[in-house]
Ligand binder design. Structure first.
Ligand code: HEM
Length: 161
């Protein structure tokens, strides 16, 4: 039904806005601003960690919703032809799903796992350990942001095929 398709696509896009917008906000706004709030490395790490933990709830909900609504969108988008390799649009969708899978893996197995570890180490005052892990998580975070940009590019391309 058209109205259901519209509502589900709206939920999909709205979740993408919260998820992608929130992720970029963390790196473009919160992280640089945290250096101006306090010079105390332990306090700063705990503050950013607290915000990241709260944003993680939204990450869980929006990613789960994006996957469920995305699968629904795919049913009308592929128009009964469920062979993802048969059409240009299907291949773009397949590439998008693969990138989504990689992004989910990177976010859960690196950012969230290490994020909790960083907060615990900061609370224990082990700042050198924190800095060592943080170098690694920063690379992973930039990689997940790059994946988001690529996923949005593929999502936009779907409109034209
Ligand atoms: C298994 C996961 C997913 C599937 C199967 C999926 C599938 C789809 C489909 C079929 C569309 C409709 C394309 C059209 O309007 O022509 C769509 C739109 C869209 N998707 Fe996804 N999606 C998934 C995950 C995601 C994720 C994780 C994001 C964001 C990071 C995202 C962002 C978007 C956006 C922004 C649109 C709107 C594009 C537009 O209308 O121009 N999707 N998706």
């Amino acid at each position: 039904m058209l109205i259901v398709d519209i509502i589900v696509l709206w939920i999909h896009i709205f979740c993408a806005i919260i998820f992608v917008g929130g992720s970029f906000f963390m790196w473009l706004v919160l992280w640089p601003a945290s250096f101006k709030v306090t010079q105390d490395e332990r306090e700063r790490t705990l503050m950013v960690g607290r915000v990241a933990k709260r944003f993680a709830y939204f990450t869980h909900v929006t990613i789960a919703t994006l996957v469920v609504t995305g699968i629904y969108n795919a049913t009308w988008y592929l128009g009964g032809n469920y062979d993802l390799l048969a059409t240009e649009g299907g291949r773009i969708l397949l590439a998008k799903v693969i990138l989504v899978g990689i992004m989910i893996f990177v976010i859960y197995f690196n950012n969230i796992y290490h994020g909790r570890k960083i907060t615990r180490l900061a609370r224990e005052g082990k700042i050198q350990e924190v800095q060592r892990i943080r170098r690694y998580t920063h690379v992973m975070s930039y990689f997940s942001l790059a994946l988001m940009v690529a996923i949005i590019f593929l999502a936009t391309s779907l409109q034209f095929f």
